[in-house]
Design a protein around this ligand. Structure first.
Ligand code: PYC
Length: 432
């Protein structure tokens, strides 16, 4: 069966076998198009955020003359380089509300995008190893509950009941005092989220251009010496494949965000830092929840295939270098074994790094900028994957209506100069 126009075709099991045996070509999941010389909206960055924005622009707002430009391949940046954890147990009301909208969209995503995104709401535990961190857990739990999010503080005995593999021995440097327990948190298949949005956007008429690098954002009338920067107006972009005129250019490039908006003469309050992660060989599934320890700088989940996925603290340098390091592996292994000595025989199979676009308050920057027509969806730090659907939905609304949706009003760029920071460091799973 061919894909229908909305990208919702299905193969029967027998159809799949027949096709495989006959060596037939698979239909493309999204069509390829010539690069047009003009679009109504250009989105830079073909990761989850850019694709989600394009998808909601086309399907909710009927704006289909849209190009997503990706310098590599779709989902090859932060969307493919995270640990696929989702949750909404943040610390600020603004953060909780925003990430909870993402959870809602994630819950209905498999049906909405007709894609098995393997959403597994297996529960999420943020361990506390001291009185001070128990206090923060209580604070988060209270904010979460007030915002209608399922989250509470549990003691060490309950932690052991939920996750018997954890060592709750008290006589050690970092004893487990308790945890913030967030039952709806979990993991999902990050690539499937990207493919689902790409297929849906493509089927709705959006042009997806891979291997298309933006080399300049064209701005006129700005305050900078070159006519760029605040006060100016976007007229298009230059790419390695030709120029495009567009009145709206959205930056969804995560780790590369400050470089990309820099092309328009806009300085973003963002630093870029790598975050490494690693995965073990598969074993029988034994870890029933996502485990995070801020103090021990590590987080662990087990995939449905049985691999343990580990992450640690961000690297201590600002760089765009994605190489793995032995320091990371050694530090990670030490901390994981302190929590779960039982996994000492497991072998690490792979290691990777993604780029985190960090802001001073650990909250994102979304919406309009002082350059007319230039919008940003950046500053995600270590929270980007979780935010994919709600960021895409809200950015699409901003582009379509010309107004900032309430959901993201607190995350505007002006907050840094107007002393309205949204401090979300206390909700970080990742050491910084
Ligand atoms: O905030 O849950 C989190 C997280 C896990 C890995 C990176 N960020």
């Amino acid at each position: 069966m061919k894909m229908n126009k909305r990208g919702k075709g299905r193969y029967s099991a027998w159809g799949l076998v027949r096709k495989g045996l006959r060596g037939q070509a698979w239909p493309r999941v999204w069509e390829q198009h010539e690069l047009e010389s003009s679009y109504d909206v250009v989105i830079i960055g073909g990761g989850g955020h850019g694709l989600a924005c394009a998808y909601y622009l086309a399907t909710v707002h009927g704006i289909t003359n849209v190009a997503v430009l990706e310098k590599g391949y779709l989902g090859g940046g932060g969307s493919g380089r995270n640990t696929a954890i989702v949750r909404s147990n943040y610390l600020t009301p603004e953060g909780v509300r925003f990430y909870e909208r993402s959870m809602e969209l994630y819950r209905s995503m498999a049906g909405d995008l007709n894609m098995n995104v393997m959403f597994s709401q297996r529960g999420h535990l943020t361990l506390a190893h001291s009185d001070a961190s128990m206090r923060t857990m209580h604070w988060r739990a209270e904010v979460n509950k007030l915002m209608g999010v399922d989250s509470s503080v549990i003691d060490a005995a309950e932690v052991r009941r939920l996750v018997p593999m954890l060592d709750i021995e008290r006589d050690k440097p970092h004893p487990i005092e308790g945890a913030l327990y967030h039952p709806p948190g979990g993991i999902m298949r990050h690539d499937a989220v990207v493919w689902g949005y790409a297929r849906g956007a493509g089927a709705a008429g959006v042009h997806l251009h891979q291997q298309t690098e933006v080399t300049d954002i064209v701005v006129t009338g700005g305050e900078g010496p070159d006519g760029k920067g605040p006060g100016g107006k976007v007229t298009g972009v230059r790419t390695n494949r030709g120029d495009i005129s567009a009145p709206i250019v959205v930056n969804c490039t995560a780790g590369w965000a400050s470089l990309v908006s820099g092309l328009a003469g806009l300085r973003l309050p963002i630093t870029t830092t790598p975050l490494q992660a690693a995965v073990t060989e598969p074993t029988k599934v034994f870890l029933p929840a996502v485990i995070v320890s801020g103090s021990l700088h590590c987080y662990i989940s087990q995939t449905d295939r049985g691999e343990l996925v580990f992450g640690a603290a961000v690297d201590p340098v600002h760089t765009y270098d994605l190489r793995g390091s032995l320091e990371f592996t050694e530090g990670l292994a030490g901390h994981i074994l302190e929590l779960m000595p039982g996994v000492s025989k497991m072998r690490l199979m792979r290691q990777w790094a993604g780029l985190c676009d960090m802001t001073a308050d650990y909250s994102p920057v979304m919406g309009f900028t002082p350059i007319e027509g230039h919008l940003v969806d950046v500053g995600w730090g270590t929270y980007g994957f979780k935010a994919t659907p709600s960021a895409g939905e809200a950015m699409a609304e901003a582009v379509a209506t010309g107004r900032t949706p309430d959901l993201i009003a607190a995350f505007d760029l002006a907050r840094f100069s107007e002393d309205r920071l949204v401090g979300e460091k206390g909700a970080a799973s990742v050491g910084h």
